[in-house]
Design a protein around this ligand. Structure first.
Ligand code: XLS
Ligand code: NI
Ligand code: NI
Length: 442
């Protein structure tokens, strides 16, 4: 990939990150991600489809509720908002091309600062869209998805599409329209809705039924506008149970699937699952993946991890090989992502203050997924993982069981079968044996 820098080189001293294999001692190299290596019939880059998230790496400042910014980066210094936005775009494309990753993702307000004037915001976003388009053409980097930030501005404190004030809802609509225009102009392959404040803080002041209907109507109107204007990609809903609201309507994968079915949105919408959101919902990420895949709705994922000692969305870079291998087993068996990829919705820590830390973070995340992909493929091909799971259900091959599965055998037939067979044997689920397989192949 051609490295694209702007007038200034923001990551001077860091060159293209190349695959050097597991034995290299170069911290700025890939050990496992060999993009064209074929795994399970496809090059790694096609399974993984990595994307860099604009917001964490180029807008995040390291500030937290207790303290000011610690990430003092050169691309964030120009006082003029459009000039600063161009610096950020230069830095973003320099990083993405040096990392040799194929995609990026953004919210409208990540690209350029917004004001309270809708027309001015549209003008700014259009200017930056042209700028990004040129960078995409020069580099070959593509937009995995765009989205609108409908949660940071104070007008959205009670929600956007689910706000009790229609005036606020109309502002959200204007913002989504402009974000869709930008996504379409940039050839964005998907468009995401994360309902950050689409939920409630207290049911005492909330008409939940009405708010959910508004959300559905808002999604339908967004879909109709995008389709009318030539968008052929997929819309993704990103489930999350809470934070910033107490309860978010897109709680988890099962909840969103039920919602999409109820409002007839299954033809256009799929899921964008995030690791840390799954754990906040009380699930493993693997659980959420399996739910989405079983429904044919795994669109994309936001890669990160939480912290087991606390309960919020810490958005750390993924490094846990056991968990990632279990996730890749499910993704591989499910046939991969439908339209999406792996977006690093992750940020360097407050006290990781060097621009190079953004490189180390992405290299670690990329290599962890690549290694998990290779390991998962070996487990599927060489171990008895699949066989053990199939055999667990072997008893369903008898005629009465088949008749039950196809709806032909009722309780009377099942009772007769039970009496004829006598007490069932005790059978092991072999959990520890299966857990050991993961470590044996790592
Ligand atoms: C926040 C979400 C957000 C979405 C995009 O928790 O993960 O970053 O991915 O709006
Ligand atoms: Ni996310
Ligand atoms: Ni998140």
């Amino acid at each position: 990939m051609k490295i694209i820098t702007g007038k200034k080189e923001f990551f001077a001293g860091i060159d293209a990150i190349k695959f050097e294999g597991p034995r290299t001692d170069n911290p700025l190299a890939y050990r496992w991600y060999d993009e064209n290596k074929v795994v399970a019939g496809k090059p790694m880059k096609e399974w993984l489809r990595f994307a860099v998230a604009y917001w964490h790496s180029f807008n995040g400042t390291g500030a937290d509720p207790f303290g000011e910014a610690t990430h003092i980066f050169e691309w964030d210094k120009n006082a003029d908002p459009v000039a600063r936005a161009k610096d950020k775009a230069d830095a973003a494309f320099e990083l993405i091309t040096k990392l040799n990753l194929p995609y990026y993702c953004f919210h409208d307000v990540d690209v350029v600062d917004y004001t309270n004037d809708i027309a001015e915001n549209e003008k700014r976003l259009q200017t930056l869209t042209q700028y990004l388009k040129q960078k995409q053409e020069e580099s070959g980097v593509k937009l995995l998805w765009g989205t609108a930030n409908l949660f940071s501005h104070r007008r959205y404190m009670n929600g956007a599409a689910t706000n009790p004030d229609f005036h606020v809802l109309s502002h959200a609509a204007a913002q989504v329209k402009a974000a869709l225009d930008a996504t379409i102009a940039l050839g964005g392959e998907n468009y995401v809705f994360w309902g950050g404040r689409e939920g409630y803080m207290s049911l005492l002041n909330t008409d939940m039924k009405r708010e959910k209907e508004h959300l559905a109507r808002f999604l339908q109107a967004s879909r109709d506008y995008a389709r009318k204007n030539g968008f052929t990609g997929t819309f993704f809903i990103e489930p999350k149970p809470c934070e910033p609201t107490k309860h978010q309507y897109d709680y988890d994968a099962e909840t969103v699937i039920g919602f999409l079915r109820q409002y007839d949105l299954l033809n256009d919408f799929k899921l964008n699952l995030e690791v840390n959101h799954a754990t906040l919902a009380g699930h493993t990420f693997q659980h959420e993946l399996q739910v989405a895949i079983d429904a044919g709705l795994l669109g994309s994922m936001d890669a990160n991890r939480g912290d087991y000692q606390n309960g919020w969305d810490t958005d750390q870079f993924p490094t846990n090989l056991n968990e990632l291998t279990e996730a890749m087993l499910i993704i591989l068996e499910g046939g991969g992502f439908k339209g999406g990829g792996i977006n690093f919705d992750a940020k360097i820590r407050r006290n990781s203050t060097d621009p190079a830390d953004i490189f180390y973070a992405h290299i670690g995340g990329v290599d962890s997924f690549a290694r998990a992909l290779i390991t998962a493929d070996e487990i599927l091909e060489k171990s008895d993982y699949r066989k053990i799971r199939q055999e667990r259900y072997a008893s369903f091959s008898v005629d009465t069981a088949k008749a039950f599965e196809s709806g032909k055998a009722g309780l009377e037939e099942l009772r007769a079968f039970a009496i004829a067979q006598g007490e069932p044997a005790v059978r092991s689920g072999r959990q520890e044996y299966l857990e050991n397989i993961i470590n044996n192949y790592l």
